[in-house]
Design a protein around this ligand. Sequence first.
Ligand code: BGC
Length: 255
Amino acid sequence: MTNHARTSCALGIDVGGSGIKGAVVDLSTGEFVGGQITIETPQPATPEAVADTIAEIARRAQWTGPVGVALPSVIKGQVALTAANVDPAWVGTNAHEVLARRLDTSEISVLNDADAAGLAEVAFGGAQIRDGAVIFLTFGTGIGSAFFIDGRLFPNTELGHMTVGCAEAEHQASSAVKDREQLSFEQWAGRVDTVVREFDRLFNPALFVVGGGISEDADSWVPLLTVETPVVAAKLRNRAGIVGAAMAAAEHLNP
Ligand code: BGC
């Protein structure tokens, strides 16, 4: 990559339970430069094993510039405080340090995956998310959340772990639960409605934006929700985590 390309691009990495996905992102458009590289998540997904995989993605992308990494963890001062769908050894790990030992750069930012996806939606998605109090939700293996006020992030909210009725929200209504229990969209939308109505009752946002892989099928379930606050599908769909991670690296974000 030329120096010019490096200043306007960053490598974004999204760490998931089954795959680690990365792409160099053009930060002026949110588009990928070259293709997406996906490597199966190593098992166990310890900090060292995940960092090795991220280094391999950087090598394959021939990338030595800024790197942003989205993790399914609460991240404070670059330290992971929780670990969902990755090895518990992440808890208490300084993710920046582990990555800096393996990458050819110290320009590294680590942040929560839903926060990353939400930031990407603010930058490149629909205009509504930039206006007022908005809750962004991702439905995947878990349920991720990101709170925005006029497009500014309040990081590390964890609504997926809120107890709704007698179980955690993500144990009832993630898209992994839909697959596991072979729920129809109608059945699953009923579960999503229950948790989103509870989020609405407690946080009263002006809008919910829903993302994650299942937002590709938004027409099959978003219209079934009865929560009064409007719910719209995210525009970036599955690319959002990668794009938001790349943005965080370029902006030296340090949640
Ligand atoms: C994790 C969150 C994450 C979400 C989506 C939850 O289980 O606790 O940190 O954002 O899953 O991956």
